[in-house]
Ligand binder design. Structure first.
Ligand code: ATP
Ligand code: MG
Ligand code: FE
Length: 354
């Protein structure tokens, strides 16, 4: 059965076709993403109204492209999955309405997917990881450490008490007058910088709880930047390198503790798995820090390819596929939700619509 997945929760218009192949592996037949980066660049961030209009204009073509890339037609599709939350309501409405319309017109089951579940299950899509595993979700809107026990069964072990890590990257970029989106540009500049020249804090390092805090780091960076104004290109590169190192070491510290706790909860697992998801998972310095922590803890790091880390339709189609296999579908009147925590008690294994 082919599943069409639709993702429109933020600034990527995406559609994909995924299926379970005969050998039990998930197979991505197509994964088409249109990023709206250029539409939002002039504003230095995502503008919800512009995003919604861009989704309306692009989605039909993106779905058509996903079908064409997969060399299938709508008649071959067996189910439709669409992100219904969390995210920007305008965009969510576009994707959810389109998905429901296709499902209705074709008489297909509809699955309402939590965007975060899409990210959380990505290591199963890319590497067939088995439950349970630990997940680090670091994106533009979230910084979480999740225990993934099974489909719909998530325990949030840590979250950010202020900014998300991607948001901290983006704000740092803005402060240093680098173009939006900040993460990749900070990483690029950091490559030419000396991470040791400026010392920045490692927020919450050594604390027992598994939460994150990045606003203090951002403020510390702003103070250093102001003290050295006007900034030369080298100053900017050094600040980016210092920020990236602080971010990587902070994440590594939290993950060290999380892996220890995971071991304590599941002492019989041979090789615990740490999965990474979210756009910041593309950062090579952060990946390197995670690799080192996993090696030290005898765990395996599963970092999906970059196009499965950032927002995409394949992860939504895959979450839909797992739900369908578990017999879970949703009514057509299911509402979109701007906020929808993954570990909320109503989310697991009951229809989202109830
Ligand atoms: P959410 O999934 O929480 O709703 P989102 O969909 O905007 O948020 P993603 O698309 O997964 O998040 O990731 C985008 C974020 O990842 C941005 O904040 C961006 O700056 C950051 N990012 C992307 N590439 C890198 C990189 N190489 N280094 C650091 N950060 C990066
Ligand atoms: Mg995005
Ligand atoms: Fe996302």
């Amino acid at each position: 059965r082919l599943v069409l997945g639709i993702e429109t929760s933020c600034d990527e218009t995406a559609a994909a076709i995924v299926r379970r192949s005969a050998d039990g592996r998930a197979e991505i037949l197509s994964n088409t993403v249109l990023s709206q980066i250029e539409e939002h660049q002039a504003f230095g961030g995502v503008v919800p109204e512009i995003a919604a209009r861009a989704h309306v204009e692009a989605l039909d073509g993106i779905i058509r492209a996903a079908l064409a890339d997969a060399k299938v037609t709508l008649s071959d599709v067996g189910a439709v999955a669409a992100t219904v939350g969390p995210g920007l309501v305008g965009g969510l409405l576009v994707g959810a309405m389109t998905g429901k319309a296709i499902a209705s017109a074709r008489g297909l089951p509809f699955v309402a997917v939590n965007h975060l579940e899409g990210h959380a299950l990505s290591p199963r899509l890319s590497d067939a990881v088995t439950y349970p595993y630990l997940l680090l979700l670091v994106s533009g809107g979230h910084s979480q450490i999740l225990l993934v026990r099974g489909l719909g069964d998530y325990e949030r072990w840590g979250t950010t008490i202020d900014d998300a890590l991607g948001e901290a990257f983006d704000k740092t970029a803005k402060l240093l007058e680098l173009p939006h989106p900040g993460g990749p540009n900070v990483e690029k500049m950091a490559a030419a910088g000396d991470a040791k020249r400026f010392s920045l804090p490692r927020p919450m390092k050594g604390e027992e709880r598994l939460d994150f805090s990045f606003s203090g780091l951002k403020t510390a960076l702003r103070l250093v930047a102001e003290a050295h104004a006007p900034l030369s290109d080298q100053d900017v590169a050094d600040l980016c390198a210092a920020f990236q190192l602080a971010a990587a070491e902070t994440v590594a510290d939290r993950i060290r503790r999380a892996l220890k706790r995971f071991r304590a909860v599941f002492p019989d697992l041979d090789e615990p798995v740490l999965g990474v998801a979210g756009g910041v998972g593309a950062n090579l310095a952060i990946r390197a820090a995670l690799t080192a922590e996993c090696e030290a803890a005898g765990a395996r790091l599963v970092a999906p390819p970059l196009d499965l880390c950032s927002d995409n339709g394949a992860m939504i189609a895959y979450a839909g596929l797992e739900r369908l296999e578990a017999g879970l579908t949703d009514p057509r009147d299911v509402a979109v939700r701007s906020r929808w925590p993954l570990d909320e008690k109503s989310a697991p294994l009951v229809g989202h619509g109830r």
